[in-house]
Write a protein that binds this ligand. Structure first.
Ligand SMILES: NC(=O)c1ccc[n+]([C@@H]2O[C@H](COP(=O)([O-])OP(=O)(O)OC[C@H]3O[C@@H](n4cnc5c(N)ncnc54)[C@H](OP(=O)(O)O)[C@@H]3O)[C@@H](O)[C@H]2O)c1
Length: 274
């Protein structure tokens, strides 16, 4: 598994992590993913999967980077502090590695939220501060409000079908040592054979688009692996696919440690224009 530095923290994170929105797979897929090097697990108070993540990492906590998020509706100072406590309890851990603001909330000044996050860091309850769904302007405002900590990551929608972040957010993150954590890297499964990819694939339905299939055949990988590799094999970028299944988790973790050629990348990018 290729590693990427999380922000400029010196902490190394895998370029493929594990998402848990709508995750119902129990402990086995997550534990397998960690054993294969995908040791960044992403959850959120919104997902109601923090307890499942907590159960999955019991006994292996020190090997895992736990990333969770505070809801956009909980960004007042006291609400952030309470949300972090709840997350710690559900995750059964005493420190969150990466605490992310799930969405900006225009009704709450970012300075108030950032102040609460810095208190969590100062109190030893959070290691690093991240954001999610933040524009360039949001990131600038948030960073200006932080006194002692950098924003280390921005978790954004990014996959072959959704590339608008290439225009501004991704270049800004690269310039400022902010890791991009790409969510829905399989476009919720549609790049891997459709929603419920496994079932649809087993039934021979929902084939991935042609360019993806052609290149997957050329390189001897699956369309899901090509779609993930296209995201994760970019500087400063981590992809966090979600799968309930042990087999597909294994497949997704094997999307690292190899490269598409520049020509293959170009072909994919032409098939999915920005
Ligand atoms: N910050 C945010 O606002 C935000 C928003 C959305 C998502 N996220 C994060 O990003 C993570 C990933 O995004 P996502 O869950 O939206 O979508 P995704 O990872 O792009 O796709 C997940 C879907 O693809 C299927 N799948 C996974 N691997 C597959 C494979 N190898 N072959 C075929 N199908 C496969 C899964 O089904 P099975 O489970 O049946 O395998 C599931 O239906 C989330 O879980 C969450 O942690 C964050």
């Amino acid at each position: 598994m290729q590693l990427k530095e999380l922000g400029a923290t010196g902490v190394m994170a895998p370029e493929i992590g594990l998402g848990t929105w709508r995750y119902t797979g129990g402990s086995e897929p997550l534990r397998l993913g960690v054993s294969l090097g995908a040791n960044l697990i992403d959850t959120a108070e919104m997902y109601r999967t923090e307890d499942a993540v907590g159960a999955a990492i019991a006994g292996i906590r020190s090997q895992v980077l736990v990333a969770t998020k505070v809801l956009g509706s909980n960004l007042r100072r006291d609400a952030v502090l309470r949300a972090a406590e709840r997350s710690l309890r559900l995750l059964s851990i005493d420190k969150i590695d990466l605490y992310q603001v799930h969405w900006p909330n225009p009704q709450v000044p970012l300075a108030e939220t950032m102040g609460a996050l810095e208190k969590l860091v100062a109190d030893g309850l959070v290691d690093y501060i991240g954001v999610s769904n933040f524009s360039v302007e949001d990131m600038q405002t948030a960073q200006a409000a932080l006194r002692n900590n950098p924003i280390v990551s921005n978790q954004i929608l990014y996959n072959l079908r959704r590339r608008s972040a290439e225009r501004d957010v991704i270049p800004y993150c690269r310039q400022h040592d902010i890791t991009v954590i790409a969510y829905s890297p399989l476009a919720e499964g549609s790049l891997a054979g459709g929603r419920n990819g496994g079932l649809r694939r087993a039934l021979g339905m929902g084939r991935a688009p042609d360019a993806l299939h052609r290149i997957a055949a050329q390189v001897g990988k699956t369309p899901a692996q090509v779609a993930l590799n296209w995201v994760a094999d970019q500087p400063g970028m981590i992809a966090i696919p979600k799968s309930n299944s042990v087999e597909r988790t294994r497949e997704n973790c094997a999307a690292s440690d190899w490269h598409l050629t520049a020509e293959q990348r170009r072909e994919l990018e032409q098939a999915y224009p920005v």
